[in-house]
Design a protein around this ligand. Structure first.
Ligand SMILES: Nc1ncnc2c1ncn2[C@@H]1O[C@H](COP(=O)(O)OP(=O)(O)OP(=O)(O)O)[C@@H](O)[C@H]1O
Length: 273
């Protein structure tokens, strides 16, 4: 169980996250929605401890992660992997090396500087790439891949950490609808098959409804909605987005809904190869 207790984060006078109280059970897939600047990224970054709360506490499995330091903090950041909109990979390095970066802070500095990864880790990385349908690209430089493929490499790097929690900050915001679907299908499959908790910031309602069991709406740093996708009606969406009668769901759509479901395992669409 992840517990976020009265968490506030200020940047100077700006309150980015305002007294957020939320509990997320193990194995849930939660989507966080809200307009730009609502505080979604700040909340995720505090969970992973990329930044610290100004007030409040965050705990996981009854341990206060917001108080961890040193090796204990690094252990939490291994358990709580993060995926970003811009992938945060090393473009000139090959795919496998990028995935192996997921175990960087488990290995000695010397062995990582000289890329001395144990064979076991290399096999694990290839197996994960295979699971995500991109093992054929293992030896390529990351910069040669499409955005959707790069995001799957980032997911593979996260899985390399064998995390209990995966935090995804707008993972499909830079992708076209086809690649957005592949990436969201991948995250959902990881959730279903591995039972990992996934908390995903999304700027599109249709994606949150389609992929998440629970949707949390943020506005001005606070939680203004917390429910199942069916409760996320257009009028609720208007409140979350602070929009008037002219609010159109199409403006927050990725068009994933109109695509055919992709059968398992997730493979490349022909044009992206
Ligand atoms: N490092 C920072 N310094 C100053 N202000 C910040 C910083 N990070 C975030 N903010 C401010 O905090 C508020 C919340 O930002 P945040 O990025 O969490 O929102 P968001 O909902 O994730 O939006 P987006 O979808 O655009 O990323 C914004 O007003 C933002 O300008």
């Amino acid at each position: 169980m992840l517990k976020i207790l009265k968490v506030t984060r200020r940047f100077g006078k700006k309150i980015a996250v305002d007294g957020v109280d939320i509990e997320i059970g193990d194995g849930q897939m939660v989507g966080i929605i809200g307009r730009s600047g609502a505080g979604k990224s700040t909340l995720l970054r505090m969970i992973n401890r990329l930044i610290d709360p100004t007030e409040g506490a965050i705990s996981y499995a009854d341990r206060e992660v917001s108080a961890l330091r040193g090796a204990a903090l690094r252990a939490w950041q291994r358990d709580c992997a993060m995926i970003f909109q811009q992938f945060n990979l090393v473009p000139r390095l090959d795919v496998v090396s990028n995935v192996l970066h997921g175990v960087l802070n488990r290995r000695s500095t010397l062995s990582t500087v000289f890329s001395l990864y144990p064979t076991e880790d290399i096999h694990t990385a290839i197996d994960i790439l295979d699971r995500l349908g991109i093992a054929d690209h293992a030896a390529k430089r990351v910069e040669a891949l499409s955005g959707g493929q790069q995001q799957r490499v980032a997911i593979a790097r996260a899985l390399m950490q064998d995390p209990k929690v995966i935090l995804a900050d707008e993972p499909i915001a830079s992708l076209d609808p086809m690649n957005a679907q592949i990436v969201m299908d991948t995250l959902r499959r990881i959730h279903d098959e591995d039972g990992r908790m996934i908390v995903c910031n999304l700027h599109t309602l249709d994606t949150a409804r389609r992929y998440c069991d629970r949707v949390v709406g943020m506005r001005d740093g606070a939680i203004v909605f917390d429910g199942v996708p069916d409760e996320l009606t257009t009028s609720v969406a208007r409140q979350i987005y602070g929009a008037g009668e002219s609010f159109s769901e199409a403006s927050t759509s990725t068009s994933i809904e109109v695509l055919e479901p992709i059968r398992e395992p997730v493979r490349e669409p022909a044009y992206a190869v």
